[in-house]
Design a protein around this ligand. Sequence first.
Ligand SMILES: Cc1ncc(COP(=O)(O)O)c(C=O)c1O
Length: 410
Amino acid sequence: MTTRPTKAMPTATAEHGADPDFDTVYDRAAFGSAKWANQWDEFSPRVRGEDLLSLWTADMDFRAPTTVIDRLRAAADHGIYGYTLRDPEHFRIVQNWFTVRHGWTPPVETLLPAPAIMSSVAAILRTFTAPGDGVIVQSPVYSPNFEAITGNHRRLLVNRLRLIDNRYEFDLDNLAELAASGAKVLLLCNPHNPSGRSWTADELLAVNDICARHDLLVISDEIHCDIRLNGRPHVAYASISSDAARRAFICTAPTKTFNLAGLPSATLSVADPSLRSELLNAMRASFMINAHYFGRLALETAYTTGGPWLDRLTDYLKGNVAFVHEFVQERLPEITPMPPDASFLVWLEARELDARVGGLHQFLVDRAAVNLYDGRVYGPGGEGYVRLNVGCPRKVLTEALERIDRALSR
Ligand SMILES: Cc1ncc(COP(=O)(O)O)c(C=O)c1O
């Protein structure tokens, strides 16, 4: 029996020091964490009195960079939380981040402030499509995409990703057929959630050829772009060609990268001036433009000072991913992880096991007290998979895998 990780509350000593600390386990339930609070009500009765280990929702159990915490503390102490502006200097900070980290320089005038990614996706769909228009997603994929489409009364068109040697590829033939069937928009997850697959420039160019032929707009959700596990740079959709830039809405945010999801602040890059002004008007009419006092500051501080922290985080996450691969190979042979190129999610194939235990996700909640994301949530192609969030201290990850091993060995 391994010991359960002990939890700490954040303290002044834990947050200072030369190196970021990714090993301490913090109690997050006390502050309304969607990932950690009230899970038992949602998922299952308690298992043998053990706390459910939560490796599902895509935020990390790490503290943000100390520079961000200090800036937010100073802003909190200031005590006047009035309306907040994202000025031209703010957008130069965003631009500089993408230039330095990814070699892509979005012109400052293309950048629009947005509250968050999914509200922006919904706004783009409502602005540039009509009810009943077709919107393509490539599944399995981040499930709120489905809601954004069907909840706004657009027609969901699913292009299944092809699974080749435990890696996803675009199905370009089917994409072309769907594009020809009257689709208006491709909603692209770049890099891809749940698999962490980064699309190459050649792959994106092939997609853009199809979109150009059928005059589709492209929403490229690039929220997972910054954590580069494979060492290769992110390819922003708008960077592949001028035609791609002209038809694209690039959606970015520092929220996954620096663990700031509770302080949302996103930036869109829209190169085409008429698309941009139409979207800006629509966002204004939906009162989406005001900045969040803390979100703006967190973005600026993270993008200007967070690079070294991100490099250390990336190393830590690479270690976690390698640990999962080794553990699974030795102890859980019925599970096959897909190697992620980016971010902190590992997509686990377990089709036979899923069938044998009558649904792996619920089995793991009920018998192992470990909560992963059920692959079915991600739509067609997600059956028989679970998604593991490795954005947690290694000892939590170890305990979760040990519990899974014990539950499956019983
Ligand atoms: C691919 C993807 N897009 C968007 C989001 C959510 O972004 P936001 O909270 O800014 O709406 C997530 C969160 O998990 C995600 O994985």
